[in-house]
Structures are given as C-alpha cells and as structure tokens.
Write a protein that binds this ligand. Structure first.
Ligand code: AMP
Ligand code: MG
Length: 334
C-alpha cells in the first residue's frame, strides 16, 4: 500500500433523514468518489415515517456496498463513517444511524454526526466553487435563507410552518398531479393565463406557506382552472421567498447567491433568484441536479470536513436529533 493513500482522508456518508437512503464516499481534498441513492416513493399520500424507514432498512446494505464498489475502495481504507443525524423523521434517522454505528463498530472507525442542512450548503459550496455565498436552501422539508457569520450558518429567514417543497407537493397530490409535485405544478403553471390572488404571507424575515396552501386547495375544490391556480401558487410562493432572500442579500452584502436543496431544480425559482442576485451585483449559482435532492455524497463531504477538524462522536453519544437546527452547529472549517 502506498503511504500517500494511508494518510488520505476518505469518509463514507449515510443520508436517511426522510424519503432517501443514500451513501457516498468523499475524500478530504473534495474528490467525490461515489453517490448512490434510493428514494422511497409512497404508493399513495405523503411520506409515512415508518414505511420510509422500512424502505431504508431494505435497501441499506445494497446501497452501501454499491457506493463502496463505485468508489473503488475497500472499507478498511476509510478514515471515518458519517451520518446525517438530523433534522428529519425519527424512524428514518434511526435507521441510518444504526447502519452507520454498525459500520463504525465493525471497521473500528470513528463516527461523525452531520447536520443535513449544513450538508446541503457544503455540497453546493464545493461543486459551485463558492467561498461565502448567501444560501437559499429549499427542499421537501426545509426552507431556509442562510449566511455564514462568526462560526455558524446563521438563519436570515425561514418558513414558520410547512416547507416550500411540501406545500407544492401537497397541492400537487390533491390535484392528482403525482410525485414529484414541484416540476408537475411548474409544468402546468407555464400554461397559466390569469393570476388569482392568494395569501402572500411574509412576517419580518420569515415566510408562512400553510395559509397559502389552504387557500390554493380551497380554490382547487371550487373548480378554478388548474393551470391558473398552479401559476398563481408558484408565483406567490416563490416571490415570498425572493423577497426574504433579497433583503438578506442587501443586509449581509454577500457577493454570491447559492440555490441548493431539492427544489433548486425549479427553472422558475432559478429565474426569479437570478434576477434578485443581478439586482444586487451578486453572482448566481445553482447546485447541479444530482446534488440537489437528498443524497449520500453531501453527508460524506461534510463528514470529511468535520472529521478533518476532529469532530467525531463516541457511539454511545451518537443520538439522532430530529429537530437539529442549522444555526446550532459549530462550523470550525470556515
Ligand atoms: P429534497 O427533500 O431535498 O430531496 O427535495 C424534494 C423536493 O424537490 C420535493 O418537493 C420535490 O417536488 C422537489 N423536486 C423534485 N424534482 C424537482 C424538479 N425537477 N424541479 C423542481 N423541484 C423538484
Ligand atoms: Mg434535504
């Protein structure tokens, strides 16, 4: 074995906060060696945490083996095992944590706890090559505007209730549009002609989507033309977020804006936030689609950053944290 490969930091990361069980292997120098993900799609309705966790249990061994195979490494070469410890759904988190602990014990490697929101930001910073962006992180479960200040990712605005993705997915499901909801709503919205007034709720730097969702569902059941409703819902929801992001950009004076998370794949949201960035002479960046939704490699990469700064956890203290906030996490690598 060449001595250089012995000192190379290699971290395996496990993601299991919600619908996706993922595994990736990342190197400390930012090389992304593999990224294998299996998404649970419920036969009908929203995600039931226990059923998603059962899916994760069924696919875990296969996903981990495939991630190692694609990375082309034997597990003994790994420096550490990282897992997404929160925020997320309890049963799903515990499944990933159990797999990670078993691997750490069997291989005698340290364990690293990664915050899922931090990981969405770090993968975006890495692949878009950004030092210090204002971040708009939007997914099925989270809606956060964040910027780094004094050792942590601070929250400059977030949803007070449901997340942007969840709001649009729920509407899509009720309208019979299927999964994933956001692109389906967006497709119909392009054929919208009439803008229907819906509740636009911004409180200080925060947004609230539950009233908007309720109103949109009421209009749906009243028989309002679906294309017009999709158009109005999407424009209202995205503009609320853009307003908050714009004030955050003006206040923090950051020179770049990064859009990350599952809903970052929305063409319309990209368009709106690009305009916001241009208005403030900031560059605009979107995380590539393969790193937008929940994935294993973002946990591996963030795990590598944390491991390189000595942030490991003993097995007996490796609890999951379903409500772990982004701004509770110390970020010593910045
Ligand atoms: P995440 O929780 O980060 O995996 O993101 C899931 C969210 O991404 C859901 O709300 C989906 O509707 C949304 N999504 C999936 N595919 C797309 C797409 N192509 N464009 C926009 N949003 C998408
Ligand atoms: Mg996510």
């Amino acid at each position: 074995m060449a001595s250089s490969s012995k000192v190379k930091v290699l971290v395996l990361g496990i993601e299991s906060t919600a619908h996706t069980f993922g595994c990736g292997v990342a190197a400390g120098n930012g090389e992304l060696l593999s990224n294998v993900n299996s998404e649970y799609i419920p036969p009908k309705g929203g995600i039931h945490p226990r059923e998603a966790a059962q899916h994760h249990t069924q696919v875990a061994v296969g996903v981990v083996k495939e991630a190692l195979r694609r990375a082309g490494i034997v597990p003994q070469l790994l420096s550490a095992i990282a897992f997404s410890a929160g925020p997320g759904l309890g049963p799903c988190l515990r499944t990933g944590a159990t797999v990670a602990r078993a691997l750490a014990l069997a291989l005698n490697k340290p364990l690293v706890l990664v915050n899922h929101c931090v990981a969405h930001i770090e993968i975006g910073r890495l692949v878009c090559d950004l030092e210090d962006p204002l971040v708009v992180y939007v997914s099925g479960g989270n809606t956060i505007v964040s910027a780094f200040a004094e050792g942590r990712y601070r929250v400059f605005g977030e949803t007070l209730d449901v997340a942007l993705g969840n709001c649009l997915d729920t509407f899509a499901r009720e309208a019979g549009l299927g999964h994933p909801g956001v692109p389906k709503v967006e497709e119909l919205a392009r054929r919208g002609r009439v803008f229907i007034d819906l509740p636009y709720i911004v409180k200080g730097q925060d947004v609230s989507y539950s009233g908007l969702l309720t109103a949109a569902l009421r209009k749906l059941h009243e028989g309002v033309r679906l294309e017009d409703l999709c158009f109005s819902l999407l424009e209202t929801a995205f503009t609320m977020l853009a307003e908050v992001a714009e004030r955050a950009l003006a206040h923090t004076g950051k020179k770049s804006l990064l859009l990350t998370g599952g809903v970052a794949r929305s063409r319309r949201l990209q368009e709106i936030l690009r305009a916001v960035a241009e208005e403030h002479d900031a560059s605009f960046h979107v995380v590539p689609p393969e790193y937008a939704g929940d994935n294993g490699i973002m946990i591996a990469w963030t795990g590598a950053l944390a491991y390189s700064h000595g942030l490991t956890a003993p097995i007996e203290a490796s609890f999951v944290k379903p409500r772990w906030r982004l701004d509770e996490v110390d970020v010593p690598w910045r």
